[in-house]
Design a binder for this molecule. Structure first.
Ligand code: DAH
Length: 336
């Protein structure tokens, strides 16, 4: 005969499903379960005892199974009244909001740039931040004595590179145009976002900042296409009603060359007009640049532009000092 009492107590004291599983195993395990063994022993009992033993064993079995099932339902919260039976979870309690990290506003803006230009059919590509003079200047049609090559403006890198083709931290994303045109056959359109480096530091300049270059080459691409693409991008990326103007300018790798300024009110809140801030250089790709990458300028033409990312963000969010982007002050970064 089996005394079920100690087992019933054990079952009701079980705190976890695993613990309950162990007790079940102890009782009903295929090899050594207490009940299993007792059932097996029935066979060897004298006939007169068999019936009564079988009956009481079946009663014990049923009792234990019920206790196990009830406990299981209690432990897994499957008994209907979930709230009462789970571990005292108060679903009405107001917990402090979980703090979540998010992308810094520059990479998150660049994701948006890729999306907006992606919708206009532009590919995205990148190039290295360490370039040489040939890619940063020569192939972009800069004359050897151009002022932009000055060591006062550019970070040159000491190396074994030849004196007339020194290594440097790229001063703009324009060298990626050359890399892209060497690897692709026109027609194409692509943007090249990334970091650039110049020896400048004040409220609107940082020695490291971000640009994205754009390039579109085809058989009949004109300045009108350039204006349409840039206007669409500015309206989507900065705002619908930002004021901007195109102005003629000179860059060796475009002809004609232009600059685009946007109205910026960040610096002086009291001035309603604000002032014009230069944000983009652009123009029609110079025939010499196309020749440098073996593209025939008699057949192909197109435009290029280089946007300053931080400046766009300053205008978009009325930020007064560009250096704030890189000081990692969470009170500033959390706002975006
Ligand atoms: N690379 C120029 C700069 O950093 C910006 C620029 C001007 C890019 C004209 C262009 C362009 O693609 O066509 O100042």
């Amino acid at each position: 005969m089996i005394d079920t009492k100690p087992y019933i107590e054990k079952i009701s004291a079980a705190k976890t499903v695993t613990e309950l599983g162990n007790i079940t195993q102890e009782l009903f395990g295929r090899k050594n379960g207490v009940i299993t063994l007792a059932m097996r022993e029935l066979k060897s009992l004298p006939d007169k005892d068999k019936k009564s033993h079988a009956k009481s064993l079946n009663t014990a079995k049923a009792e234990l199974n019920t206790a196990i099932d009830e406990k299981k339902a209690e432990l897994t919260g499957a008994s209907g009244d979930t709230l009462k039976n789970t571990d005292n979870i108060d679903v009405t309690l107001n917990l402090p909001q979980e703090e979540r990290g998010h992308l810094h506003l520059i990479p998150s803006f660049i994701e948006k740039v890729e999306e907006v230009f992606g919708r206009m059919g532009f590919d995205t590509a990148s190039g290295p931040e360490i370039e040489n003079e040939e890619l940063n200047f020569d192939l972009l049609n800069f004359p050897k004595d151009h002022a932009a090559r000055d060591a006062q403006d550019v970070f040159f890198i000491e190396s074994d590179a030849p004196e007339d083709n020194k290594l440097l931290l790229r001063a703009h994303t324009s060298p990626v145009q050359i890399r892209y045109m060497r690897e692709h056959k026109p027609p194409f359109r692509a943007i090249f976002p990334g970091k650039v480096y110049r020896k400048d530091a004040d409220a609107t300049h940082s020695p490291m900042f971000h640009q994205f270059e754009g390039l579109m080459i085809g058989k009949d691409i004109t300045l009108a296409n350039m204006k349409a693409v840039m206007t669409t991008a500015i309206r989507e990326l900065v705002s619908e009603d930002v004021e901007f103007r195109f102005r003629t300018a000179y860059f060796p790798f475009v002809e004609p060359g232009l600059e685009l300024d946007m109205r910026w009110r960040g610096e002086d809140e009291s001035s309603r007009e604000g002032k014009w801030m230069e944000v983009v250089g652009c123009g029609m790709t110079h025939p010499n640049v196309l020749r440098n990458v073996n593209i025939d300028p008699e057949i192909w033409q197109g435009f290029a532009f280089g946007f300053g990312v931080e400046r766009m963000l300053m205008i978009k969010h009325q930020i007064t000092d560009l250096r704030l982007f890189f000081q990692n002050d969470l009170r500033f970064l959390r706002q975006f």
